[in-house]
Write a protein that binds this ligand. Sequence first.
Ligand SMILES: *Cc1c(COP(=O)(O)O)cnc(C)c1O
Length: 358
Amino acid sequence: MSRGTTLEVRPAALAANAREARRRAGGARVYAMVKANAYGHGMALAAAAFAPHVDGFGVAVLDEARALRALGVSVPVMLLEGPFDAAELAEASDLTLELVIHSLWQVDLLEAAPQPVTVWLKLDTGMHRVGLPLAEADAALARLQILPGVQVAGLMTHFACADEPRDHLTASQLAHLTRIAAQHQLPWTAANSAALCRYPDTHGALVRPGIMLYGGSPLGGTPAADVGLSVTQRLSARLIAVNSIPRGDSVGYGASWVAERDSRIGVVAIGYGDGYPRHAPAGTPVAVGGQRTGLAGRVSMDMLTIDLTDLPQVQVGDNVELWGDTLPVDEVAKACGTISYELFCQITARVARRVENG
Ligand SMILES: *Cc1c(COP(=O)(O)O)cnc(C)c1O
């Protein structure tokens, strides 16, 4: 019996989600965000699945862009954090990337050694992470537009709250961006998955979906299935032991979980060494044979324990789903106080990957 800890990745579901993004985008171009190894799904596999349905890709760092070009991707690739230094700028130009310029020091880099590049100037419209302050936009644009070889594709911003049920910020962020874009008659891009799904007026020239392509819900509180998204990955592991625990005994590190009744406790071959979150509390849902139960006791490096008292038919060797079809990743994320993005990105190399065709 092999360990059986497996991440199943589904190219057909990735493609279906890209089609859904395309459908919702209307006339806007669609760049699929494939940073962080395509949110943990595998860059090569995801890019191939998305390619027929999108106009380009987005990555965070140059290594990721280089990997995409090495795969033979010839469509536009947007470098979301732009170049970090002159050497990166030169390579980005060689790779014909679209560079996001978010700070004046990057304008300085371009002035010091102008390269033939396409740039998107990123403005801080209210998220206050990166992007130029609005008051600096005109001067920075003027500096960029006179540089030889530099093509300004448009303006960009990123929303802080487009996924929040109560969202007071997106409308004002959009108003700032569109006002400056209109003044300069430039195209603009703003929408992540949440805005793409929720606010058609944010689509602009180009949308930048990420999480929705991977089947995570882009809208807090709305299940992904209700947004028309397919499940792109299933994380599962095998049950390697089942123990009878008398009422009053504890399970696992710290003896933090105490049986309130005579219990059957299953041991599953996955832990934080595989990327399952260690901080998942007791009760975090898992599924066995299509039925739900929950964690009992702390997650260890290589194992975790689940309560099987009400699932007497479950046996050693059975497959346990940590997230996937029975258990939406968003529910697990919520139980762990995090988001699907983080769960996807944390799976380690120790987990076997299986590509499911069809
Ligand atoms: C990651 C990223 C996105 C995609 O966001 P999702 O919430 O995953 O859709 C869009 N734009 C930028 C700048 C990003 O960094």
